[in-house]
Design a protein around this ligand. Structure first.
Ligand SMILES: Cc1cc2nc3c(=O)[nH]c(=O)nc-3n(C[C@H](O)[C@H](O)[C@H](O)COP(=O)(O)OP(=O)(O)OC[C@H]3O[C@@H](n4cnc5c(N)ncnc54)[C@H](O)[C@@H]3O)c2cc1C
Length: 340
């Protein structure tokens, strides 16, 4: 366990915001929590959980305890003829885990390649991309109660997974620290490529679908992502800033009458999900700037730090984008990024 006081976290957020925390703590095991809680100074402060800071926007210094799980072991907990069950520490790097599973020819995580962050944040956010979500492969999540250190285990159906959300992001936010996540993956012969996402299918169209491997999909996803998203190493960002809004069938129909054809994804219940990037672009907000923050020229859903921006500047820019979209389409864009 490591405890640091007045710790700079500029390197721990992909917006590259200059910020610090009163205390920064890295825990690995269950027994670390009661030890930390017995420190009256730490116990009296608010505790905030973070992973790699790739979906957090810091608007001020943290006047409390920033806690991160750095347990990163990968263990095979079960195997049968068709599948593998992996238990992975929350502090493991997500993309490294995906690369490891792909190297072993296991299906399940390849569509989620190249997403920054930790394994622990994957169930919290129910990360998703290219036609897959973390909930498709997660079987169990083990979490530690930050008040008493007790271990609690959730089955997939108990995680209340939703679009970029879960029980850990809602009622248990900053109370339960995800410690281990179990994934069920398929062996090469018992799985197949998930090509429901059209651009991925198109990218791989020259290949015979039945002979595709997890590596083929992994490589394709990385190539597509690199072409579409600004790299936080050069231009600070947190990926999609807003969620794709969901509107009723009636409202969608009204919109198409007014604006013509609209890209959409029809949901099971009959509602429509509309790409927020399209709404931003059509409302004229792509490329909008506010101080040292801007809407990316590369992808309208990404807000970027042009260099030296403050968190508040990015929040204000996000409000301007919300206003433009509300004005043009009457739709409120909900941030996907966790604003602190
Ligand atoms: C360039 C770029 C592209 C991206 N693309 C995608 C994408 O395609 N799909 C997608 O879904 N996301 C995407 N993201 C967002 C981000 O990568 C994910 O949300 C990721 O899961 C965040 O991981 P993290 O470890 O950085 O979490 P953080 O940003 O540090 O934290 C995110 C939230 O999770 C909570 N949290 C983190 N770890 C734990 C834990 N162990 N226990 C409990 N709570 C925890 C935090 O409190 C916070 O609320 C992208 C981000 C960037 C910068």
């Amino acid at each position: 366990m490591h405890i640091q006081a007045n710790y700079p976290i500029t390197h721990l957020n992909t917006f590259n915001l200059v910020t610090k925390t009163r205390y920064y703590v890295e825990v690995t095991r269950q027994s670390d929590i009661p030890v930390l809680r017995s420190d009256l100074k730490l116990a009296s402060l608010p505790w905030v959980i973070m992973g790699d800071g790739s979906n957090i926007l810091f608007t001020h210094d943290i006047e409390g305890v920033l806690i991160r799980c750095s347990y990163d072991k990968i263990k095979v907990v079960k195997e049968d003829q068709d599948g593998i069950w992996l238990s992975v520490g929350a502090g493991a790097n997500w993309h490294d885990l995906v690369a490891y599973t792909v190297k072993n020819n296991w299906w399940g995580l390849e569509n989620l390649a190249y997403i920054p962050g930790t394994v622990g944040a994957a169930p919290v956010q129910n990360i998703g991309a290219y036609g897959a979500e973390a909930r498709d492969t997660i079987t169990r999540v083990q979490a530690l109660n930050l008040y008493d250190g007790h271990r609690i285990e959730f089955r997939n159906t108990e995680c209340n997974f939703g679009y970029r959300t879960s029980i850990f992001k809602q009622e248990h936010k900053n109370r339960l620290l995800v410690h281990r996540v179990t994934f069920r993956l398929r062996k090469l012969h018992s799985g197949q490529a998930n090509l429901v996402y059209e651009p991925l299918k198109n990218y791989l169209q020259d290949k015979d679908k039945s002979s595709l491997t997890p590596q083929d999909v992994f490589d394709a996803v990385i190539a597509l992502r690199k072409a579409r998203l600004p790299d936080p190493k050069f231009l600070g960002n947190a990926g999609s800033f807003f969620q794709n809004p969901i509107v009723s069938a009636e409202y969608f129909e009204q919109m198409t009458k007014e604006h013509g054809e609209i890209p959409n994804h029809k949901m099971l219940g009959g509602d429509y999900k509309i790409p927020a990037a399209w709404l931003i672009e059509k409302s004229g907000a792509k490329g909008l700037r506010h101080g040292r923050a801007a809407v990316s020229e590369k992808h309208a859903l990404v807000l970027v730090n042009l260099g030296g921006a403050k968190g508040e500047e990015i929040v204000e820019l996000s409000r301007l984008v919300q206003e433009e979209v509300m004005h043009k389409f009457g739709i409120h864009l909900e941030p996907e990024v966790n604003i602190l």
